[in-house]
Design a protein around this ligand. Structure first.
Ligand code: GLU
Length: 295
């Protein structure tokens, strides 16, 4: 039973197994919701079939269940939301807020990932082209519950960004904003690798008249070579028989100070302790944490 208006979510991309870093993010989001009696949803961000690992969707959901992170309601899949994204692209094009771009990758080299605006006023037909959103010459800022104040000047630091790729696939930035609003998400808890996507999402929310959720970005768990877990290699699945141990390790990563004895308890006991003792203020105020230091 839920007793508050809090609605959180975990939104994995099925490009690989759930790994320790995604467990930390999922756990933080779950605990932040359950501590206040809120709802916790799972949304499969399967926007990019070529990047999807066969079987990853089921494997992620199974791992969440084994680790005791039970979600509310039905799973939403972004692959089933294409009509909503298409309608929004259409609307943004009609309003002149977005435009078609046929710049090649080569043309964009040397701009440090910031789109130089080449196609802004070219009125190209949208078929067979990428669609970019015009960004304003403005600073967007918000106060993250862990990372504090964060600001970004959209025009200078990002540039007009892609909301539909040339191959017709919809971009994460557009889908995430539409779906968070559609699902009534009040609180977004996710990895700090998405901190610098947030100003783009704030701009889209403002443009579309959508409510702005609260944000909490947890430190990203990194490998000794500085890479995000699961990015540079295919992570193996989380071991099914070590859920209490790994949940306790994830709690430590989140600064929660679980008692030593907790690792010998059942998964449900670990989570019960964690829900009642959850304190987001204890989460380390840093962007990354080295996995090796958490063992
Ligand atoms: N699907 C994204 C990822 O797995 C997360 C999106 C989000 O939480 O906003 O990195």
């Amino acid at each position: 039973m839920t007793t508050s208006s809090y609605i959180g979510r975990f939104a994995p991309t099925p490009s690989g197994h759930l790994h320790f870093g995604s467990l930390v993010a999922a756990l933080a989001s779950y605990l932040d919701a359950r501590h206040v009696g809120g709802r916790w949803l799972v949304r499969m961000e399967d926007l990019d079939p070529p990047r999807e690992m066969p079987g990853a969707q089921d494997a992620i959901l199974r791992a969440l269940e084994i680790y005791g992170l039970h979600w509310d309601g039905e799973i939403i899949r972004q692959s089933e939301r294409q009509a909503a994204y298409a309608a929004m692209i259409e609307r943004l094009l009609q309003q002149g807020l977005a435009y078609a771009c046929n710049c090649s990758r080569k043309q964009l080299e040397g701009h440090h990932g910031i789109y130089p605006g080449t196609c802004r006023n070219r009125q190209l037909p949208p078929d067979d082209a990428a669609i970019r959103l015009r960004v304003p010459e403005l600073d967007y800022h918000f106060c993250d519950r862990v990372q504090g104040k964060y600001r970004q000047h959209l025009a200078r630091e990002v540039g007009d960004f892609v909301i539909r790729r040339r191959d017709g696939l919809y971009a994460y930035q557009l889908a995430v904003v539409l779906d968070d609003a559609w699902q009534g998400i009040t609180d977004i808890v996710r990895g700090a690798d998405l901190l610098d996507s947030t100003p783009r999402q704030l701009y889209l929310q403002e443009l579309l008249g959508l409510p702005q959720p609260r944000y909490l970005h947890v430190p990203l768990i990194i490998q000794p070579d500085g890479h995000k877990l699961g990015k540079s290699y295919r992570s193996p699945p989380l071991p099914a028989d070590q859920a209490p141990t790994l949940l306790v390790r994830a709690l430590r990563a989140l600064g929660q100070q679980p008692p030593e004895a907790l690792a010998a308890c059942s998964t449900d006991e670990v989570l019960d302790w964690a829900i009642s003792h959850w304190d987001a203020l204890r989460i380390p105020r840093c962007r990354t944490l080295a996995e090796a230091q958490l063992r």
